[in-house]
Design a protein around this ligand. Structure first.
Ligand code: F6P
Length: 327
């Protein structure tokens, strides 16, 4: 028999992402609507281990839907890798009677939740809060849309300079080992080349195409590089191609953490609200240890361990579109 969940803890873990606050708000308010007790856990699993846990009321999550970052703060917690850490965490939940957990984070955070739910009697629900969009089982991750729009805005600005000076620009975007931010922001800004870890880039081909453009005096070229590409990022790509393109002025810009902050986009607020609501519904209905995603505009639930193991795929069609449109 599935135990009834009456008290739910919520935490954010791993890298922050815009929309996490909207998700926290949805979890807390849905729980309270159903008469459950809701608890906020500070600094992810670290706060769980250190007993940094506070009861949350409706007003605790007022005026946060539009804010980036996370009011619960976040951390990448090494202690939770250890059984001793997880045992401490369990004790802290147990003494308050918290019997359900919502984890908003990336795949590393879900790995911890899977272990925890297997070892202890606490059902966990995972919500994808990451700008990287590298989680299987969902079309959206909370924060991706905002991050991409931030990247697009920044690249558009750089393009003004690129165009004014007839330069090649290599812009590095985040994504860890996923190329989604690069792919989406690159397409949306009309990049001539997009380098992502999911596809092997033939550097000779890249150089040849840039040389050919040099010959036809097309000196403005935008190359968007995912930080996890096969070459080690934008600086490395510049080193490789600069010697081959003596007539081109090449500049590098690494967008960095600007992509993680800022007010969440409307889309991120929407999906965070929807996912947060369904996370609580899952716990109430006994649908435990699942990852809550949205696929084809419908809620989609998969075992939490599957959200950990599989990476999303980038379709060949996108790569074809990039090539055709960049000519
Ligand atoms: O996972 C989100 C992310 O921003 C990645 O895109 C990036 O590789 C990483 O986190 C950066 O982590 P940190 O903020 O610890 O430097």
């Amino acid at each position: 028999m599935v135990k009834k969940v009456t008290k739910i803890g919520v935490l954010t873990s791993g890298g922050d992402s815009p929309g996490m606050n909207a998700a926290i708000r949805a979890v807390v308010r849905t729980g309270i609507y159903h008469g459950l007790e809701m608890y906020g856990i500070m600094r992810g699993y670290q706060g769980l281990i250190e007993d940094d846990i506070a009861k949350m009321e409706t007003r605790s999550v007022a005026n946060i839907i539009q804010r980036g970052g996370t009011i619960l703060k976040t951390a990448r917690c090494k202690d939770f890798y250890e059984y001793e850490g997880r045992k401490k965490a369990y004790k802290n939940l147990k003494k308050r009677g918290i019997n359900g957990l919502v984890v908003i984070g990336g795949d590393g955070s879900f790995r911890g939740a899977v272990k925890f739910s297997q070892e202890f009697d606490i059902p966990c629900i995972g919500l994808a809060g990451t700008i990287d969009k590298d989680i299987h089982g969902t079309d959206f991750t909370i924060g991706f849309d905002t991050a991409v729009n931030t990247a697009v805005e920044a690249i558009d600005k750089i393009r003004d300079t690129m165009d004014a000076h007839d330069r090649v620009f290599i812009i590095e975007v985040m994504g860890r080992d996923a190329g989604y931010i690069a792919l989406h922001s690159g397409i949306a800004t009309g990049a001539e080349n997009i380098l992502i870890p999911e596809r092997k880039t033939d550097i000779k081909d890249l150089v040849l195409s840039l040389q050919e453009k040099e010959r036809r005096k097309k000196l403005v070229n935008l190359i968007v590089v995912a930080e996890g590409d096969g070459f080690g990022g934008a600086n490395e790509v510049q080193k490789i191609i600069q010697d081959e393109l003596p007539n081109s002025e090449i500049r590098v810009c690494i967008l960095g953490h600007i992509q993680r902050g800022g007010a969440p986009s409307c889309l991120d607020r929407l999906i965070a609200s929807r996912m947060g609501y369904h996370a609580v519904e899952c716990l109430r209905e006994g649908r435990h240890n699942v990852f809550v995603g949205i696929l084809n505009n419908k809620m989609h639930y998969i075992p939490l361990e599957n959200a950990v193991k599989t990476k999303s795929k980038i379709s060949d069609e996108w790569m074809k579109i990039v090539k055709i449109l960049a000519s």
